[in-house]
Design a protein around this ligand. Structure first.
Ligand code: SF4
Ligand code: SF4
Length: 378
């Protein structure tokens, strides 16, 4: 039987090439080494998000939207999302859609549909702002939307008086072992050699959407107009000019750190490798994500009489382990110990990093003011 190569050409086994089985093996090994090349990078850019500081303001989301996803077919795309946890997230129930790897073997994933993301709602702006109808009309979405990227915003979990929530910002994780890259039969997805940013070559992409099924974070969107997969590009055109990604630069919470994992003097290395307080989201998905999270500390619980009960955290530790793995307990203990130290009047390198006294300390070399750059020629 003819075998189909990765480029879609058909290779017929001939006696000189060996048996069909041998040729298939050869093609498989060629495909494997091609994937290895696409996966290689000399360094890795990463981000750390400190969840204790996220306000849920969506400035990051809007900064990204304004910059990158305003073309046709991109209305429903939000490359940088912020969801309330516990919650269904976006696309709805993405954590249950499969994908990624288990013991290095790819796990089958589900393709989310447009309903899972929620359509881009249309509002009656013209009528309200320019229609001359005064207070007789109010801003409202057209139709009857029944889902959207933040449908369950601020609902959270737990029972009063111990209800709780926190915000979870997400972008593509620019994984070291990207399931999307592995799944693409066109070899259109690759890591940049110089910084490990994962990109989709838009000329090679044919819109097959295997990458979307394979990504366990569901961070690739299908553009139904261009018929292409599209995703967060870590603002690489800004990065190339030493400007931090828009989501990070605009964040008023000063919680999005940017830098190289191997830069020992930078905050990323210190938070991830030295202090080990920043952890990957769902490391169990097997893609080795390069966005890390400082987990949220809990307010104390209240007992039946409304007294503070310090014996248990309000956010169940099992839930945090589900998100960030078993190291989350140690991370939270370290944060608490360092807070106790500073309360006792001692210095803490860890808290000094997390407080971010100077905003430029978030970004390593990426502190260039974008407005100081030459505008791009049309
Ligand atoms: S998060 Fe998904 S889309 Fe991004 S690199 Fe990882 S597998 Fe690919
Ligand atoms: S801009 Fe910063 S504070 Fe606001 S939602 Fe995004 S990550 Fe959170």
């Amino acid at each position: 039987m003819p075998e189909t190569s990765e480029q879609g050409t058909t290779a017929q086994a001939t006696p000189a090439q060996g048996t069909t089985a041998e040729r298939a093996k050869e093609l498989q090994s060629e495909a494997k080494s091609q994937k290895q090349l696409l996966r290689q990078s000399k360094r890795q850019l990463a981000m750390v998000f400190d969840l204790n500081k996220c306000l849920g303001c969506h400035t990051c989301t809007v900064a990204c939207k304004t910059l990158w996803t305003r073309d046709d077919g991109m209305d429903y795309m939000w490359w940088a999302t912020v969801n309330t946890q516990p919650g269904k997230g976006t696309p709805r129930d993405w954590e249950k859609m499969g994908g990624g790897f288990h013991e290095e073997e790819p796990v089958a994933g589900k393709l989310p549909n447009r309903g899972d993301f929620g359509e881009a709602w249309q509002f009656n702006y013209d009528e309200v702002f320019f229609g001359g109808k005064g207070n007789s009309v109010h801003l409202q979405p057209a139709g009857k939307p029944d889902w959207g990227p933040n449908w369950v915003e601020d609902q959270g979990g737990g029972q009063y008086p111990n209800s709780f929530y926190f915000y979870l910002p997400r972008i593509c994780n620019h994984c070291t072992n990207p399931a999307c890259l592995e799944a693409c039969p066109r070899n259109a997805i690759y890591k940049r050699e110089e910084d490990g940013i994962v990109l989709i070559n838009q000329k090679r992409c044919k819109g097959y959407r295997f990458c979307i099924e394979a990504c366990p974070y569901k961070k690739i969107y299908y553009n139904h107009v261009a018929q292409l997969g599209q995703k967060c590009i870590f603002c690489y055109p800004r990065v190339e000019k030493n400007v931090a990604p828009a989501c990070a630069r605009q964040c008023p919470g000063r919680l999005r750190f940017v830098g190289y994992l191997d830069d020992e003097s930078g905050p990323i290395h210190k938070l991830v490798k030295k202090w080990e307080v920043a952890l990957p989201l769902h490391g169990d998905f097997g893609t080795q994500p390069n966005v890390y999270y400082v987990p949220p500390l809990s307010p104390p619980r209240l007992d039946a009489d409304g007294n503070i009960d310090e014996s248990k955290p309000r956010i169940p530790i099992e839930y945090l382990k589900y998100l960030f793995g078993d190291k989350v307990e140690a991370s939270l203990e370290k944060l608490k110990a360092e807070m106790a130290k500073t309360k006792a009047g001692q210095k803490s390198e860890l808290l000094d990093i997390l407080i971010v006294y100077q905003w430029k300390d978030l970004f390593g070399p990426y502190t260039q003011d974008p407005s100081a750059l030459e505008p791009r020629k049309a």
